[in-house]
Ligand binder design. Structure first.
Ligand SMILES: [Zn+2]
Ligand SMILES: [Zn+2]
Length: 93
């Protein structure tokens, strides 16, 4: 007997609580890393998003104010919590 596996089965995935921006349905979603819009299991639209921040198992940059989520603009990356532009010089040492 031969076992056939989907090659995508072992790609990195993320999971967490998701919410549909169309109908408000919430559910626990699992998707490959890099997926942004999720298919809503209730209304079928692709307007679902993860409700919280997604964290991977790796080093994470943290602003001096404690925030770990950032905004990217033409001048660089700044912290939307305190407004400080981020300097990553020490990150890779
Ligand atoms: Zn929906
Ligand atoms: Zn900050």
């Amino acid at each position: 007997m031969t076992n056939i596996f989907d090659i995508n089965r072992n790609t990195p995935h993320i999971s967490g609580e998701a919410q549909c921006m169309h109908c408000g349905n919430t559910w626990i979603a699992v998707s490959p890393v890099g997926t942004y819009w999720l298919e809503c299991e209730s209304c079928g639209t692709f307007k679902g998003i993860f409700k919280g921040a997604i964290q991977r198992d790796c080093l994470t940059w943290e602003c001096n104010c404690g925030n770990t989520l950032f905004e990217i603009c033409p001048d660089g990356i700044h912290c939307p919590n305190c407004g400080v532009m981020q300097e990553f010089g020490d990150f890779y040492e």
